[in-house]
Write a protein that binds this ligand. Structure first.
Ligand code: R5P
Length: 294
């Protein structure tokens, strides 16, 4: 008989309960496909729609920068506290334990080193390899106003097309050249261009004035880079202000792994991002954990 179950008497079809159709509430992401939503849920905590991305991809143009000399020693212990890891495929394969099951945002552009014109990047990963590595997203640098602006935009749009084919989101990373002014006007321009051209989410830098206009004008989630190492309280204030002004998280590197106590710092950052903890309180958390060496 085809339907053996049909003879059972104890089925319950819950006819009184309408089928749930939960909305996907991450900013700007309601209409994307299931696979992409699933990957996003491994980047942004679905309870808060926010993320603490740990950025350790700096070596792709900087080499072994301070704090990243030995990723196995300094970064692997931080993994339990990150929502997501951003790194290159070289580091992922060689150094990150495959038992790490949170989202990996794969650096997918590269080319020039710090010794050359940085905007002259190419796509640096095949989509098949990103799938093999089970990437949750691909990250591509976009140099608005840079010498190779169009080429970097083209890298973004090609990766978006590839990502869309397989349900992999693309993070547009707005790179600020030496000669460019870091202000809200520039960040609005750069982030909006990334979103308009298909980035699923965008990374930018925090600007103290009018940052809320940057997040308001970008229809997809924005995360902020940490930038150069600054005192812990200032980094926590920056994260707090960014979140309160509409950012959906941080993609923070140096202000975590160059902190005196990186494990304590990432936990303090989590408090700010996921619990809206005030920076001064989060600093106390940092200091206590640092003292307890946790
Ligand atoms: C730099 O280009 C890398 O993409 C980093 O991921 C990014 O700058 C975030 O790291 P940090 O917080 O150190 O600025």
């Amino acid at each position: 008989m085809a339907d053996k179950d049909g003879i059972r008497k104890d089925h319950n079809y819950h006819l009184d309960i309408p089928m749930k159709n939960e909305p996907f509430t991450l900013r700007g992401s309601n209409s994307i496909a299931w696979g992409m939503k699933n990957r996003f849920s491994n980047i942004f905590n679905p309870d808060t729609n926010r993320t603490v991305m740990l950025a350790v991809d700096h070596g792709y143009f900087l080499g072994p920068t301070t704090g990243l000399e030995r990723i196995d020693v300094t970064i692997v212990p931080l993994l339990p506290y990150a929502d997501t890891l951003m790194c290159t495929r070289g580091i992922l394969r060689s150094t990150i334990p495959p038992t790490f099951t949170k989202g990996v945002v794969l650096r997918a552009s590269g080319g020039p080193s710090i010794l050359k014109e940085l905007s002259n990047e190419e796509i640096a990963v095949d989509i098949e390899d990103a799938i093999r590595l089970n990437a949750a997203a691909l990250a591509v640098q976009v140099f608005i106003g840079g010498e190779f602006e169009t080429k970097s935009i083209h890298n973004l749009t090609r990766l978006v097309d590839m990502g869309n084919r397989y349900g992999i989101p693309v993070l547009g990373v707005t790179a600020v050249g030496k000669e460019m002014k870091r202000d809200a006007q520039y960040m609005r321009l750069a982030t909006r261009i990334c979103a308009e051209l298909g980035a699923s989410y965008v990374k930018t830098y925090y600007v103290p004035e009018d940052f809320e206009t940057v997040t308001a004008a970008c229809p997809v989630p924005i995360v902020i880079a940490g930038g150069k190492k600054i005192p812990e309280l200032d980094a926590l204030k920056m994260a707090y202000n960014a979140i309160q002004q509409g950012a959906c998280g941080v993609d923070m590197g140096r202000n975590i792994f160059q902190a005196e106590a990186p494990i304590a710092m990432i936990q303090a950052v989590r408090k700010v991002i996921h619990e809206n903890m005030k920076p001064e309180e989060a600093l106390k958390v940092y200091q206590t954990l640092k003292k307890e060496k946790k």
